[in-house]
Write a protein that binds this ligand. Structure first.
Ligand code: PEP
Length: 252
């Protein structure tokens, strides 16, 4: 039985005070609830240490939004996996569509980052998804296949126990357009089928596949009720404690 995982991607929002306020509100709000899913927050790098302190003693886990694939070195402006580990990150989002489209990240680069995150002992949240143009050109499944196969190249079956996949149709991110539960389930089932081809039934059956793209409290229930949707990667709706908690309580 897979446990659902709800992760909040704060993106480039929240200075220190806003980060304290949001993480404290989340911690307080969750303290009186029986939470039966994994909850992760991914603040910007500058707030990781502060948020780590605030969420201590709660169910909330810490993640980062990106990292470099090298251990250390002359890479001005970059952050390495051991640095994230040392600040308490257990998770790191890799291959987000904003990284792919705005910063030109390729499947090969993302593969290097996934390998590094795993060897550093972190759990990658590996994002994949098609653009609107790709969906309309009927190449969604080809794109997903390429992203999964290239992104997971040389990742072993054993390592897959630590990898979370996030299917995020690019056309649904920050647009208010959500994939219908049936549309999302179709792609999630395809991804699980691909994982079965690559790693066999048992491994594929255990991999958490999150959905992301305008998830809100009012659509979370139906999306999270689909058999192959094991949680959500949330952008906009995680910036308010109330709406993020609304999604968390919809998790099974
Ligand atoms: C995201 O950026 O991962 C995301 C899903 O954003 P939003 O929920 O705002 O669509």
């Amino acid at each position: 039985m897979r446990k659902q995982v709800i992760a909040g991607n704060w993106k480039m929002f929240n200075d220190i005070q806003a980060s304290v306020d949001l993480s404290a509100a989340l911690k307080n709000g969750l303290s009186s609830l029986s939470v039966n899913c994994e909850v992760i927050v991914c603040p910007p790098f500058t707030a990781l240490d502060t948020v780590r302190t605030v969420i201590k003693g709660s169910v909330i886990k810490l993640g980062a939004q990106n990292m470099h694939f090298e251990e250390s070195g002359a890479f001005t402006g970059e952050i390495a996996a051991p640095m994230l580990k040392s600040v308490g990150c257990e998770y790191v989002i890799l291959g987000h569509s904003e990284r792919r489209t705005i910063f030109g990240e390729t499947d090969q680069l993302i593969n290097k980052k996934i390998k590094k995150a795993l060897s550093a002992g972190m759990n990658p949240i590996f994002c994949i998804g098609e653009t609107l143009q790709e969906r309309e050109s009927n190449v969604t499944f080809d794109v997903i296949r390429r992203q999964v196969v290239e992104g997971l190249k040389e990742i072993t079956a054993e390592q897959m126990a630590k990898v979370i996949l996030a299917y995020e149709p690019v056309w649904a991110i920050g647009t208010g357009k959500t994939a219908s539960p049936a549309q999302a389930q179709e792609v999630h089932a395809f991804i699980r089928g691909l994982l079965t081809e690559l790693y066999g039934n048992t491994v594929a059956g255990n991999v958490v596949i999150q959905y992301g793209g305008s998830v809100k409290p009012d659509n979370a229930n139906e999306l999270l009720g689909q058999p192959d949707i094991d949680g959500a990667l949330v952008g906009g709706a995680c910036l308010k404690a109330e709406s993020f908690i609304g999604i968390i309580t919809a998790a099974k």
